[in-house]
Design a protein around this ligand. Structure first.
Ligand SMILES: NC(=O)C1=CN([C@@H]2O[C@H](COP(=O)(O)OP(=O)(O)OC[C@H]3O[C@@H](n4cnc5c(N)ncnc54)[C@H](OP(=O)(O)O)[C@@H]3O)[C@@H](O)[C@H]2O)C=CC1
Ligand SMILES: CC(=O)N[C@@H](CCC(=O)OP(=O)(O)O)C(=O)O
Length: 324
């Protein structure tokens, strides 16, 4: 079966990773690529390693009402650039929005594919979670649904690779500014807080008003590690058991009894979670690792599209991480 897909924002980091995954997908065929500044150029001008027909595909100027016949559109546009445009796309085209405009928006399903895959099956409009939220939510979900931590008392300390800022990241995201440097940012006001709060409240049934989120840029290309400090009297084994049960059927979430590292997920759609808890101190530390461009963006987007199209969730996503 061949499913015709398009990517808008293909010249960017998220769109480029979607291209890489789709090029190796057993059922998806990339027939449409779009952008703004890159319109008129060929894919090979941006991705010199592309083979044959894909290399010669010309990037079109993005026009949501002039799409060729496609079944699925991956939108990897800057947050703020997709809300109006995607509303104009025909309802016959399934959309996965990798950007932030449709998360917890009416008419769109929040695509937290490892936690509620059944909600995504058959949908036509799915919003990918943000990269920090996906790492956070996957690690916290088993604790929240089993009442092992206090939902209103969670501190999320997050580290991200620089590619999280996208291809356009100059200035504060430049090599010179970040090499051998560690940079906190977005304290108390990061755009990902509302979706994390909503998901925590949804999974726990209680307020997450006390959520603290502190992201940091670290001098690496890919990867996210979230270390979360929570209140709860569970033991480490109870947390690990809860996660193993929760992710029993999961193809992509690895529950592991030692602290995970960012490179373990690099280039893959995997998420690693682990826990360390001290009941005497009422302390649970939860850890989550993803590749921001994998599970944090394009990997999760392909997983969501697979579910939307009734394919095996793992189609095109079985590649192993890159090590070292
Ligand atoms: N980077 C990451 O790790 C993650 C990113 N995201 C989200 O994914 C989205 C894309 O991010 P990322 O790939 O990093 O960003 P990039 O800056 O790397 O790429 C942005 C892309 O959007 C295209 N674009 C910009 N404006 C327009 C427009 N008006 N019309 C058509 N195309 C346009 C650009 O195309 P052109 O070159 O043709 O102008 C480019 O391909 C963002 O919403 C981001 O927040 C989500 C999770 C993780
Ligand atoms: C390093 C860096 O800047 N990372 C981005 C997160 C990338 C992401 O998930 O973005 P969206 O929510 O817009 O999709 C940030 O902190 O805003």
């Amino acid at each position: 079966m061949s499913i015709r897909v398009g990517i808008v924002g293909i010249s960017g980091f998220g769109g480029g990773e979607a291209l890489r995954l789709i090029a190796g997908h057993p059922h998806f065929e990339l027939v449409y690529a779009a952008g703004e500044g890159s319109a008129g150029s060929r894919l090979i001008d941006h991705f010199p390693g592309l083979p044959g027909k894909l290399a010669e595909l010309v990037i079109e100027r993005w026009d949501p009402v002039a799409l060729p016949e496609i079944d699925v559109l991956f939108a990897s546009l800057p947050t703020g650039a997709s809300a109006d445009a995607l509303a104009r796309v025909s309802r016959d085209v399934k959309i996965v929005d990798i950007g932030g405009d449709h998360r917890y928006v009416d008419g769109w399903t929040y695509g937290l594919a490892d936690v509620w895959p059944d909600e995504i099956k058959g949908q036509t409009r799915v919003a990918n979670p943000g990269c920090f939220p996906v790492a956070t939510q996957i690690a916290l979900a088993p604790l929240l649904v089993n009442g092992l931590i206090e939902p209103g008392n969670i501190v999320v300390d997050a580290k991200t690779g620089i590619s999280g800022a996208g291809r356009g990241g100059g200035g504060g995201f430049s090599f010179a500014a970040n090499n051998e440097n560690l940079v906190p940012y977005g304290l108390l006001r990061h755009v990902h807080m509302p979706e994390m709060t909503t998901t925590i409240e949804r999974l726990s049934g209680a307020s997450a008003a006390g959520l603290v989120f502190a992201p940091h840029l670290v001098p690496m290309t890919r990867g996210i590690l979230v270390t979360m400090y929570c209140r709860g009297s569970a033991t480490t084994d109870q947390c690990l058991d809860a996660a193993r049960r929760f992710y029993n059927n999961s193809a992509f979430v690895r529950v592991i009894d030692k602290p995970p590292q960012t490179k373990w997920a690099s280039g893959s759609n995997l998420a690693f979670v682990s826990y360390a808890a001290d009941p005497e101190r009422n302390l649970v530390i939860a850890l989550g690792v993803v590749d921001n461009l994998g599970k944090g963006a394009a990997g999760q987007a392909v997983q969501n599209a697979n579910l939307m199209c009734g394919l095996a969730e793992t189609a095109g996503l079985e590649g192993l991480p890159i090590w070292p």
